[in-house]
Design a protein around this ligand. Structure first.
Ligand SMILES: NC(=O)C1=CN([C@@H]2O[C@H](COP(=O)(O)OP(=O)(O)OC[C@H]3O[C@@H](n4cnc5c(N)ncnc54)[C@H](OP(=O)(O)O)[C@@H]3O)[C@@H](O)[C@H]2O)C=CC1
Ligand SMILES: CC(=O)N[C@@H](CCC(=O)OP(=O)(O)O)C(=O)O
Length: 345
């Protein structure tokens, strides 16, 4: 099958190229970005020399839809919502990496993203693709909305607790840290080397746009799920997200019971690795891979459950999960093109 990438010159787009150029069922058909027609990808990213040397092409939705079986939108929020309707009306199947089609309530989008929501008719087509918990048949889905990086780590960690009603639904605290590539290729004041290096910084405090995404999914899993406290921090590393989640147990609990529950829940999910009781993951152990590593612990003194989950924000948090979703949509082996080991050390 043939894939087109819009936003190929960004970090998410470049990661799609890295993954798809070795995918056994995919041919990379075309790369697109803003105003870069004819420019070589190798000029932007020399590490693609001899790997994938295709030039960037104009964004012509009709042509792209005719030539490709799937279109990945690795474009910023606000840009995706403008471009996707044209691809949809040309019949393309689209996987969008941005936040534009994740929130079902347009008012929530406008409140948290501070811009106009996408057209409701298009939004209604979007299927949210946290792959391990997809309960929809996506073989005919035209628009798949890939989850946010933080929600992927947080939701995979919280699912066994929330789905089984094991916690006080108003007690969830998600303490999250991310590497700098999460902010994309354009530097900002907080990602500037001089301010980010040798520093640990809280940002978007209590106003992070992934808060309503996490809550929307939790409520879908358990109508009693309450609002979450979500703290986000920037760490001076290139890739990686760690979420440390705290919640009060709502019934008698032991560490062994929790460990068994997590192992059972994810026993058929190749990309979610549950750590042995008493061991905790670091971001290096998933670096460059599509794995999400999860540990769970129980604090008898406080009756609190603590979950630690780690992902690579650019792989399981973005492009890797997008390919996992593509595999589902096109009836391929879910692991196809993704079963590579993390880069370590
Ligand atoms: N980075 C991450 O860890 C994650 C990112 N995401 C989401 O994935 C998407 C891509 O993120 P990321 O790769 O980091 O972002 P970047 O800023 O690194 O890249 C953005 C890409 O979009 C292109 N682009 C921007 N405006 C337009 C336009 N008007 N028309 C066509 N192309 C355009 C840029 O092209 P040009 O070079 O020409 O400007 C570039 O290729 C975003 O929505 C982001 O929120 C989701 C999860 C994690
Ligand atoms: C370090 C950094 O800035 N990370 C970004 C990651 C979110 C993102 O990529 O945006 P979406 O909402 O489209 O998923 C952030 O915290 O906003």
């Amino acid at each position: 099958m043939k894939a087109a990438i819009v936003g190929a010159t960004g970090y998410g787009g470049a990661e799609l190229i890295r993954i798809l150029q070795q995918h056994p069922n995919v041919i990379l058909q075309s790369y697109h970005a803003s105003n870069s027609h004819g420019e070589s990808m190798v000029k932007r990213y020399p590490h693609f020399q001899a790997v994938s040397e295709m030039d960037l092409a104009n964004i012509d939705p009709g042509q792209i839809a005719a030539d490709a079986d799937v279109v990945f939108m690795a474009t910023p929020s606000g840009v995706s919502s403008e471009l996707v309707p044209a691809f949809m009306s040309e019949g393309a199947r689209v996987i969008d990496l941005s936040g534009d089609f994740r929130l079902k309530d347009p008012r929530q989008y406008e409140k948290w993203y501070k811009r106009k929501a996408p057209e409701k008719t298009v939004l209604d087509h979007a299927v949210y693709g946290l792959t391990e918990w997809l309960d929809t048949d996506v073989s005919e889905t035209q628009l798949l909305s890939n989850p946010g990086c933080y929600p992927t780590a947080a939701l995979l960690g919280l699912a066994p607790l929330v789905k089984n009603d094991l916690i006080d639904s108003n007690s969830i605290i998600i303490d999250a840290k991310t590497g700098v590539s999460g902010a994309g290729k354009n530097p900002t004041s907080i990602t500037h080397f001089a301010e980010m290096n040798d520093n640990l910084k809280a940002y978007k405090v209590l106003e992070h746009q992934h808060t309503p995404e996490i809550e929307q999914i939790l409520v879908g899993w358990n109508p009693d799920a309450g609002p979450v406290t979500f703290g986000t921090h920037l760490v001076p590393m290139t890739r990686g997200i760690m979420t440390t989640i705290y919640a009060d147990a709502s019934q008698d609990m032991t560490a062994a019971k929790l460990s068994d529950l997590y192992k059972e829940t994810y026993e058929n999910s190749y990309f979610v690795r549950i750590r042995e009781q008493g061991t905790y993951p670091g971001t290096k152990e998933v670096y460059g891979s599509n794995f999400c590593d999860v540990s769970v612990a129980y604090d008898e003194r406080t009756n609190r459950i603590m979950v630690v989950s780690v992902i690579d924000n650019l792989v399981k948090g973005a492009s890797g999960q997008a390919v996992q979703n593509m595999n589902r949509m096109f009836g391929l082996d879910e692991k196809a093109g993704l079963a590579f080991a993390p880069v370590f050390p």
